[in-house]
Design a protein around this ligand. Structure first.
Ligand code: GDP
Ligand code: MN
Length: 392
């Protein structure tokens, strides 16, 4: 099981491996802005906005950016959320107080399948592609396999010191880097990791040595010793659907399914009931989207635009029971969305009930939209939507 960076840092932190000051885990632009505001307000000169995906090379792909103002953080939030990094869509972002970097090193521990022990790799040249350093300047990379005998009581301080010295770490940081390696190895053993990689391990201007990045893999065979690693099971991480990421960024509840009828409703209960009637009518939902209570015309338009972006959607079932959300708001949203989107091939089957439903229906009728099909009941709406989806 692979952890994302902020989880790796949490795991390091609780095992005494020094990491930057704790940051904030965010899912939306607003959350990122609020986190930046908080950390900058706490006196940190800058924050770093970091995509949390289970792949490396985030920096090169534009998924790691520094911000010294809240406005800058907002721009980064907008560019990073939804970004596709080697097929991983960014849905979670970590906002961390930025660290000042004097030098960047590399340090990792991993299972050595060949040597049947643990392999420590350490280099004075980090922050870059370690394979590349190994190729062009192999003497800058120390590779040391530790025998099981050497590690029954953890990694000896003396061994750690030899490794970092051999890797050419400057005298000022040898002691702290060696201490960090001992702790990293202890963390790796205690947590049943198969990999614990720090790239870059940095030296700050005050000579403190800390893990600026964290890549940790846990041993699936040891999951039973750790409650199945449930604590790391982050919902919503690394989805491969870009629309889900967009919805999350906008605070819209959206789930991708595998059918052809787009479903848009208000309230989780009604949305679930809508999925059921679609199924009873012999159709399958392509997605479902809950516009929530008190949806404004704008939120409605945005939600509809999102549903229609899914190429699998052949028809849309809009099922609204007006409460706080009033019929006219819903109608205005549908009209707004149709104007905004221009020509689209899908029909929108609309069933309005509850507060000011009649007013809403009248508005839709007056707007005379080619795409809109009105329905009286949920059942009728479902079978119409399914039939329309089947036809196209
Ligand atoms: P990766 O590209 O996925 O490996 O992501 P990293 O977490 O390693 O970040 C990439 C690079 O961004 C690092 O090598 C640093 O040069 C830079 N970076 C990341 N965090 C900070 C920070 O807090 N301060 C500064 N100055 N640079 C950072
Ligand atoms: Mn890195």
């Amino acid at each position: 099981m692979d952890l994302v960076e902020f989880q790796g840092k949490q795991l390091f932190g609780r095992n005494g491996v020094p990491v930057p000051p704790a940051g904030s885990v965010c899912h939306t632009v607003d959350e990122i802005v609020a986190a930046a505001e908080q950390h900058l307000g706490d006196g940190h000169g800058a924050v770093v906005v970091k995509a949390q995906v289970k792949t490396g090379g985030r920096g090169k792909a534009g998924g790691v950016k520094l911000a010294t103002t809240v406005e800058e953080a907002r721009e980064h939030a907008e560019s990073i959320l939804g970004l596709d990094i080697k097929g991983h869509v960014v849905r979670v972002v970590y906002v961390e107080p930025a660290s000042d970097i004097e030098e960047e090193y590399y340090l990792s521990v991993m299972h050595d399948r060949v040597g049947k022990g643990h392999l420590v790799i350490c280099s004075r040249e980090g922050g870059v592609d370690i394979e590349e350093v190994n190729r062009t300047n192999p003497e800058a990379v120390v590779k040391r396999t530790l025998t099981p005998h050497e590690t029954t009581d953890g990694l000896a301080a003396d061994t750690a010191r030899k490794i970092v010295t051999q890797a050419g770490f400057p005298a000022e940081v040898v002691a702290s880097a060696a201490d960090l390696l001992v702790r990293l190895f202890a963390a790796y053993q205690a947590e049943d990791a198969t990999l614990a990689e720090i790239n870059p391990l940095i030296r700050r201007p005050d000579d403190a040595v800390i893990a600026l990045d964290a890549k940790v893999s846990l041993d699936g065979n040891a999951a039973f010793r750790h409650d199945g690693y449930a604590e790391w099971d982050l919902e919503g991480l690394d989805a491969d659907d870009p629309l889900e990421a967009e919805a999350r960024a906008k605070g819209i509840q959206y789930v991708k399914l595998d059918g052809t009828v787009g479903v848009l409703g208000n309230g989780a209960g009604l949305v679930m009931a809508t999925l059921d009637v679609v199924a009873q009518s012999g159709g399958r939902a392509a997605n479902f989207l809950d516009v929530g209570g008190g949806a404004s015309a704008d939120a409605m338009a945005e939600s509809l635009a999102l549903v229609l972006k899914d190429p699998a959607v052949k028809s849309v079932f809009i099922n609204i029971f007006g409460g706080i959300t009033r019929g006219e708001e819903v109608a205005a949203g549908i009209i707004e969305a149709t104007n905004r989107l221009g020509d689209f091939p899908q029909k929108l089957v609309v069933r309005l009930d509850g507060t000011n439903a009649e007013e809403g229906r009248q508005m839709l009728l007056a707007a005379d939209l080619a795409q809109v099909v009105a329905a009286e009941t949920m059942q009728e709406a479902a079978s119409t939507a399914v039939a329309l989806a089947d036809q196209s």
